[in-house]
Design a protein around this ligand. Structure first.
Ligand SMILES: [Zn+2]
Length: 166
């Protein structure tokens, strides 16, 4: 390993013994034969590591926690007020019998015209019409009678369109 890599590793985790066994071994072997990196290690321990090892734990001033809890409480209050306003609005709407009736009628309209009576796509209407004709034809053919069915296909042939268009 090059000196630069060794020094990077010393900075990253060697002093705190947070590197893997293999890396620790490599660094130790390098330090035995390289006086420049040994000096770097000594300087690093003295100026970077030990000041923090012997530092007192930092306690934030009591005002900090008070400010944080105040901000959290204000946010909570704001959200609660927002929900309360929505609830009040809904309560006032539902306390008006006319409004409730109008909304119920509107909902029924939406349900009937938007969902139940929604028109089928054109292709589906054609397929359904064809199937209904076939069903009618088979039902009457089963009785053995000769009956004018009035189906679109029959009209087409009877009116001569089939032959004229040729
Ligand atoms: Zn070195």
């Amino acid at each position: 390993m090059k000196c630069a890599e060794i020094r990077d590793l010393i900075l990253v985790g060697y002093a705190d013994k947070e590197l893997g066994r293999l890396s620790m071994g490599r660094i130790k072997r390098h330090l035995l034969k390289c006086k420049h990196c040994r000096r770097f290690e000594v300087l690093m321990l003295k100026n970077v590591v030990s000041p923090f090892r012997h530092a007192d734990p930092v306690t934030p001033p009591s005002g900090v926690w008070h400010n944080i809890s105040t901000i959290i409480y204000e946010h909570h209050e704001k959200a609660q007020r927002f929900l309360d306003n929505i609830k009040d609005d809904l309560d006032s709407i539902f306390s008006h019998p006319v409004a409730v009736t109008v909304m119920t009628v509107a909902l029924v309209f939406i349900l009937v015209f938007g969902v139940i009576l929604r028109p089928l796509p054109v292709e589906m209407q054609l397929v359904n019409g064809y199937l209904a004709e076939q069903e009618e034809f088979l039902r009457i053919a089963d009785t053995g009678k000769e009956v004018y069915l009035g189906t679109a296909t029959e009209d087409f042939i009877i009116q001569g369109n089939f032959f004229i268009s040729r």
